[in-house]
Design a protein around this ligand. Structure first.
Ligand code: F6R
Length: 242
């Protein structure tokens, strides 16, 4: 695991965006694994700027998002499909039909999970996977105690994650407690993994991820098994590393 410690969140976003820009310059038809949440927003802005400046194009790219709330349609403002359209897809030259987000409105979620894995495989696997990290060490919606070899499946969110994400929902709005998420095994299959973390509230999760032990209680610690994983973090997130 490679650890890159930078001054602040702006530097983290710029460094992370540059990794993706280089990836697209090397392989225009890359298969990207994407994440939502607050952390990747500035990185996505960097990619939009690079696309505007014609440094990169997304027209041959296929993308797969990590996760989606179960019970929300893609048109719901809190759905991750909506988030991706707003934060990235609507501003770049990607073909929307080549962007995949787990279907939160699937009639048969269990079948949809199997289908999602098949689509990733049919696309040739993920070349580079972007990750954030939860305060409890989750990656995607793989909450603590997730199987380290798990595949895309339905997961119940923990109280901590529901509380962390409540800031995005209005008080009178239904907040799902279930999700569809790529599994840890799915994430580990990506050829390269880039995890971004900023802020002091991520310091414990980063400590557990980097210094271990490898354990289901900290899902991100599974990245210790990956041969090409890079953690791009700011000084605050790195503050508990020895
Ligand atoms: C989002 C996701 C989550 C977030 C994590 C951190 O697709 O998979 O694991 O990356 O909850 O969220 P932020 O970046 O909002 O702190």
């Amino acid at each position: 695991m490679q650890i890159v410690i930078l001054k602040d969140s702006a530097e983290v976003a710029a460094y992370g965006a540059n990794i993706f820009i280089k990836q697209l310059q090397k392989k225009a038809n890359s298969v990207l694994g994407l994440a939502t949440g607050s952390t990747p927003v500035s990185l996505y802005r960097g990619l939009i700027e690079a696309c505007d400046a014609k440094l990169i194009s997304f027209k041959d790219v296929t993308s797969f998002n990590l996760d989606e709330y179960l019970g929300l349609k893609g048109t719901h403002p809190q759905s991750y499909r909506y988030f991706m359209n707003e934060q990235l897809f609507n501003h770049i030259d990607i073909i929307k039909a080549q962007t995949y987000v787990p279907p939160g409105d699937a009639e048969n979620p269990l079948e949809a999970c199997v289908g999602y894995e098949e689509k990733i495989k049919a696309a040739g696997g993920i070349d580079i996977q972007l990750l954030g990290i939860g305060r409890n060490g989750h990656i995607g919606f793989n909450e603590p105690s997730s199987g380290l070899m798990s595949r895309t499946r339905v997961k119940t969110l923990t109280k901590a994650t529901i509380e962390d994400n409540a800031r995005f929902f209005r008080d009178d709005e239904y907040q799902p407690h279930l999700s569809i998420t790529m599994g840890i095994g799915t994430i580990l299959d990506a050829k390269k993994v880039v995890l971004l973390a900023t802020g002091e509230n991520k310091a414990d999760a980063i400590l557990a991820t980097v210094e271990g032990p490898l354990m289901a209680a900290c899902p991100a610690s599974a990245l210790q098994l990956h041969t090409d994983a890079v953690l791009v973090i700011d000084e605050a997130a790195a503050s508990k590393l020895s």
